[in-house]
Design a protein around this ligand. Structure first.
Ligand SMILES: C[S@@+](CC[C@H](N)C(=O)[O-])C[C@H]1O[C@@H](n2cnc3c(N)ncnc32)[C@H](O)[C@@H]1O
Length: 276
C-alpha cells in the first residue's frame, strides 16, 4: 500500500462529518476517514460530471477499449450465456460503465449511495447529456455488439434503473455481470474498507460472472465542487490482493493519466470473473 500524500495527523473526526470538516477548511488534516464519516449527499453530481465526463479523455478512451473488448470477448467465448441482470456499483455521475454492459444484458441496476447522484442519474436516463455519444462512439468502433445498437441512450433509459443503497450491504450472488469504476479506493482512506468494498462488489455477482473495475492509482483524495472526499492510496498489488480468492482470470492494466487533477498517479483497470 503506497503512502497517502502528506497530511498533518492532528485533527480527529468525532461529532462532525468529514464533509463538514472539509467545508470548515479542516479537511486536509489527515486521519482514517471511513465511508460512514462522509456525507455522500454533499456530492455535487453536476460538478463531477463536468470535470470528468463533459468530454471523452484519452484515459477513458483506453479504459473503454479494455473493458468493451473484455465483455465482447466473454460473449464470443460463451455465446449461449445471456447476462440477464447487470450492476454498476457507485455509479455516481457516470453512465459509461453501464453503456459498456448494455449490449449484453436486459436490466442494469445503477447502484449509488448519494441522493444527489441518484437524482442526477434518474434525470440523465430521461435526458442524457450529449457527451455520452463520444463515449458510445468509442465503444461502437469495430465492435459489432455495440455497433448494432442504433439508439443506445434510449435503450439504456429502458433497461437501467437507479437503486439507492450501500455497497457494503449488497446482496451476494445476485448479478450476472458488473462494473465498479473509481469507487472502492475513492470512498474511504481505510485499506480494510477498500478491500471489503472490492470483495462486496465481486461477491454480489453470480459464479463466473464477468466484471470490470477501475481504480485511481495512488490517490490522495479528491475535490468535487467545494467539498473534499477521501481516498485510499492503492497500486496494482493492492488490487491483485483484493481480488485474490474471489476472482479468476484477472487481468490488471495500468492506464496512463495525469491531467485530470493533482494527487494521483494514473488509473488501473481490472477485469475478471467471479470465482465461485
Ligand atoms: C469517485 S465517485 C465514482 C463515480 C463513478 N463510478 C465514476 O466512474 O466516476 C465514488 C462514488 O461512490 C459512491 N459511494 C460512496 N460510498 C458508497 C457506498 N457505501 N455504496 C455505494 N456507493 C457509494 C459515491 O456517492 C460516488 O458516487
Amino acid at each position: 500500500m503506497a503512502k497517502p500524500a502528506e497530511r498533518s495527523p492532528s485533527v480527529t473526526v468525532t461529532t462532525t462529518s468529514w464533509t463538514e470538516q472539509a467545508r470548515a477548511g479542516h479537511a486536509d488534516t489527515w486521519k482514517m476517514i471511513g465511508n460512514l464519516d462522509v456525507d455522500w449527499d454533499e456530492f455535487d453530481s453536476e460538478a463531477y460530471f463536468d470535470h470528468n465526463y463533459g468530454m471523452l479523455r484519452p484515459d477513458d478512451r483506453q479504459i473503454i477499449g479494455i473493458v468493451t473488448s473484455f465483455f465482447d470477448d466473454c460473449r464470443r467465448r460463451y455465446p449461449d450465456t445471456w447476462l440477464r441482470h447487470a450492476i454498476d456499483v457507485g455509479a455516481g455521475a457516470n453512465l459509461y460503465p453501464a453503456l459498456a454492459m448494455l449490449p449484453f444484458t436486459s436490466e442494469i441496476t445503477l447502484f449509488e449511495r448519494a441522493s444527489s447522484n441518484c437524482s442526477w442519474l434518474d434525470q440523465q436516463l430521461r435526458k442524457p447529456n450529449d457527451s455520452w455519444w463520444q463515449f458510445w462512439s468509442e465503444m461502437a468502433l469495430d465492435r459489432d455488439a455495440y455497433g448494432k445498437i442504433n439508439d443506445p441512450l434510449d435503450l439504456l433509459s429502458r433497461r437501467a434503473h437507479v437503486t439507492k443503497g450501500n455497497l457494503f450491504r449488497l446482496e451476494p450472488g445476485r448479478y450476472d455481470m458488473g462494473t465498479m469504476f473509481f469507487v472502492a479506493e475513492s470512498i474511504t482512506t481505510r485499506e480494510d474498507e477498500f478491500q471489503r468494498a472490492v470483495g462486496k462488489f465481486v461477491g454480489s455477482l453470480r459464479r463466473h460472472a464477468p466484471f470490470a473495475a477501475a481504480f485511481m492509482k495512488n490517490s490522495s483524495g479528491y475535490r468535487v465542487g467545494n467539498v473534499n472526499f477521501p481516498a485510499c492510496s492503492v497500486e496494482e498489488d493492492d488490487i491483485v490482493r483484493a481480488l485474490a480468492g474471489v476472482a479468476r482470470d484477472v487481468t490488471i492494466t495500468t492506464v496512463d493519466s495525469k491531467d485530470l487533477r493533482d494527487g494521483y498517479g494514473g488509473m488501473i483497470v481490472a477485469t475478471g470473473r467471479k470465482m465461485v
